[in-house]
Design a protein. Sequence first.
Length: 291
Amino acid sequence: MDVSVIVPVYNDADRLRQCLAALDAQTFAGAYEVVVVDNGSTDDPGAVVTRHRTARIVHEPRPGSYAARNRGLQEAMGSIIAFTDADCIPEPTWLERGAAAARAHPAGFVVGRVQLFARDPARPTAVELWELNHGFQQELRVQRMNYGATANLMVPRALLDAVGPFDPALCSSGDKEWGIRATAAGYPPHYADDVVVRHPARATWRELRGKYLRIAADKNDLRLLDHAIPRGNGDARGLLRSGGQFARHRWAEARDLDRRDRLRYFAAMLFVVGMRKYDTARPTIRPREVR
């Protein structure tokens, strides 16, 4: 087996159907399999999986996408492991170009591009306008933080065996923890802009708030795991100053939008600034047991 694709899923059968259809349509000429890991769904993803020739399903009862990915690793037979998510739609050339990039960089791992899209491109919501500019900045993650989101990641199996699996205790920053660990072990990331999956942008205020709650909680978890991310001291003057700088930079990004969309983008930006500063000032954020 050349490539194993690992797709964790939790109550997302409709979007999983799109993901698997895209994986069936790959141009990759080698042998590949798709290992779907059900993480306790109630909407029967197995019924979706049986309709797709490349896929099989396994089950992981421990909650968490990284526990699910680790279960997929136990089952995978490929020499290259490709990670994506149930809500992603890989481009037809995803595996072909991703496997080529992984073979060209055997001493590291490949981070591909995640291309966000609005549900209605003609009328994006305020949150979608924000997400289209700031969601899944894979190249920036590689350059500044030595990791990439598991929505689009290609890793030689030998490298995973050397570095070890994901930390299953983390909610959504397990990709960051793993990337830090891999880079420290001498296996740096390589960004490949032509290795593409598409992903719907978050569209509602509730979805956006959930994203930043997870980010804040996972930063706390990473500190507990000794991957220190300094927390601000909560000084009101300092928070306002940094928030003002953030706002000026973001407002400049919106200069190509029309007046209505610029105001909506600015509303989303203020919402994000408020969330980030509020979460930074709190002493703890949903502390979890680190097992």
